[in-house]
Design a protein around this ligand. Structure first.
Ligand code: IMP
Ligand code: MG
Length: 178
């Protein structure tokens, strides 16, 4: 796996520190509000499990799975729900936990979809953001790191289901995906 990585852009230590910081911010913003954190599978799973340990107030979790990317590495814009939420989010504060915002199409769709369930609020928390790739104006409440337009893997993010278990975020060598 390691030989497929061009460069490590975010180390394990930097990830840990950032997740801690985001957890503290969410704790302060949702103290005693019992928010529901909805993780977008599968990329958000590692981030989610580390993040909730850094949030010091009662919360609930749920999971959603949508299809956005297939084997290729560009967004289709077509979002299909593969696994829906199981909890009732009506009148609840919802925080969507995502690995990365690229075009923003996936999160825009998910956020609208969840708003139709009449939650009290919907916030977005993403570990990574690629601002140059956005195709629409998306309000992101919590961002871990802004990165350039490279294809990255690790810490939950995959290419063709590989590399999710790398403990850092690395840029994938172009010859692997092109
Ligand atoms: P968007 O709809 O274009 O914002 O795509 C978001 C989804 O595409 C993310 O949840 C990821 O699953 C995937 N994605 C986008 N960029 C990358 C990347 O650099 N590496 C791995 N997955 C990515
Ligand atoms: Mg994803």
């Amino acid at each position: 796996m390691k030989q497929d990585i061009e460069k490590i852009i975010i180390s394990e230590e930097e990830l840990n520190n950032k997740v801690k910081e985001l957890g503290q911010r969410i704790t302060a913003d949702f103290k005693e509000e019992n928010p529901i954190l909805i993780c977008i599978l599968r990329g958000g799973a590692i981030f989610m499990s580390d993040l909730i340990k850094q949030i010091d107030t009662p919360l609930e979790i749920d999971f959603m799975s949508v299809s956005s990317y297939g084997r290729n590495s560009s967004s289709s814009g077509i979002v299909k729900i593969r696994k829906d939420i199981d909890v009732d989010i009506q009148n609840r504060h919802v925080i969507i936990v995502e690995d990365i915002v690229d075009t923003g199409l996936t999160l825009d769709y998910i956020s609208d979809y969840l708003k139709n369930h009449n939650p009290r609020s919907v916030s977005i928390c993403t570990l990574l953001d690629k601002p140059e790739a956005h195709k629409l104006d998306l309000k992101i409440d919590y961002t871990g790191f802004k990165i350039g337009n490279d294809f990255v893997v690790g810490y939950g993010l995959d290419f063709a289901e590989k590399y999710r278990n790398l403990p850092y975020i690395g840029i994938l060598k172009k010859e692997i995906y092109s």
